[in-house]
Design a binder for this molecule. Structure first.
Ligand SMILES: [Zn+2]
Length: 352
């Protein structure tokens, strides 16, 4: 039996020498260490041996098994090293090739303008207040002094979500960010109903109107409203705030002007223009030669709106204003078509 083991060892190691690749190595492993190999057959006959033979044959059999296992591991390692050597010599790396650039995302131009607005108004003490885009008629119109049948509603062609069984209070997509004024005032005044804290917020967000889509009009657009409520706030606070905003946003020498206007939720109301920042007021094709750009609307919060928000108009007053961030972005970058904002065309977006 000892002679048989020596023969198994000799032929096994010889065969291992001849192995050239991984497939052959695996075949060798099955043939010489597998269940049907000569070595394993010796192990299986172990029980038939005499008491004296067992330790001698056992030790020798384990020796052969160890030799096979070590040989296998050494061969596998040698083959791995050879493969690596081959790869290194054959596949040369050109370190002078330029790297692959990882595409970087960027902020949408509209978002850039919004963040700039948050920064400017943040410096002036205004906090951002967000509210829902799906509203009731009550919040979108009625509480803002747009009574049912009010002609000013015709200016805001509305998407209705649900009307059935809701009478005069259908669900709508908000046509402006102003319903947030009521939400904000009610929330802040509820903190101390007898003596409501002052309000100083900006309300950004998407609004929806059923518009004929053209290069100037989209069915969805951004607004940014401002609202300040407190004791003794006057129209000169409004003018000062917006003049200060224009200087921070468009440059220290930017002039502003106000023109009388009408909105149901403010009284008195005004349109708010800034001196054209493209031509410095001399007149160009963007400002149509006037030297001024329309930026938004503003006014003193109507007493009805104050009361609906939980602020007694006898003790409190306030101002509100609304800006169009997309219009500002268009003016800034001379974008001539508002539809670019939502087309997700990289040729447009990569310019910002
Ligand atoms: Zn101009």
């Amino acid at each position: 039996m000892i002679d048989q083991l020596s023969e198994i060892e000799r032929t096994g190691l010889e065969a291992l020498e001849a192995v050239q690749n991984e497939a052959e190595l695996e075949a060798w492993r099955v043939a010489h260490l597998g269940r049907n190999s000569g070595l394993m057959q010796v192990f299986s006959k172990f029980g038939q041996l005499s008491k004296e033979e067992k330790p001698v044959v056992g030790a020798r059999a384990n020796e052969v098994k160890k030799a096979f296992e070590n040989g296998l591991a050494a061969k596998a390692e040698a083959m791995k090293q050879a493969a690596l050597k081959r790869t290194l010599s054959q596949e040369q790396l050109d370190v002078t090739l330029p790297g692959r650039r990882i595409p970087l995302g960027r902020l949408h131009p509209d978002t850039q303008t919004l963040r700039e607005l948050y920064r400017v108004f943040g410096e002036m003490g205004f906090q951002v207040f967000r509210s829902r885009e799906v509203e009731s008629d009550e919040y979108n119109f009625q509480l803002l002094n747009f009574q049912i049948g009010h002609p000013a509603r015709d200016m805001q062609d509305t998407y209705f979500i649900e009307a059935e069984g809701r009478g005069d209070n259908p669900i709508v997509l908000r046509t402006h960010t102003s319903p947030g004024q009521i939400h904000a005032m009610r929330w802040i005044s509820s903190m101390n109903p007898d003596n409501p804290p002052p309000v100083r917020i900006v309300l950004p967000g998407m609004c929806y109107r059923y518009e004929q889509v053209t290069n100037r009009h989209e069915t969805q657009f951004d607004q940014l409203e401002g609202l300040a409520v407190g004791p003794g706030i006057t129209f000169s606070d409004l003018k000062g705030t917006l003049a200060d905003f224009a200087r921070r946003m468009f440059g220290q020498n930017t002039r502003t002007r106000f023109r009388a206007s009408y909105f149901p939720f403010t009284e008195p109301s005004a349109e708010f223009d800034v001196e054209c920042f493209l031509c410095g007021g001399r007149g160009c094709n963007v400002c149509k030669g006037s030297g001024w750009l329309e930026i938004g609307g503003c006014g003193m919060v109507h007493p009805v709106v104050l009361r609906n928000g939980g602020y007694a108009p006898e003790r409190y007053s306030g101002f509100a204003f609304g800006l169009g961030p997309q219009r500002m972005t268009m003016l800034r970058h001379k974008i001539d078509d508002i539809r670019y904002f939502f087309q997700n065309d990289l040729r447009f977006l990569e310019q910002f």
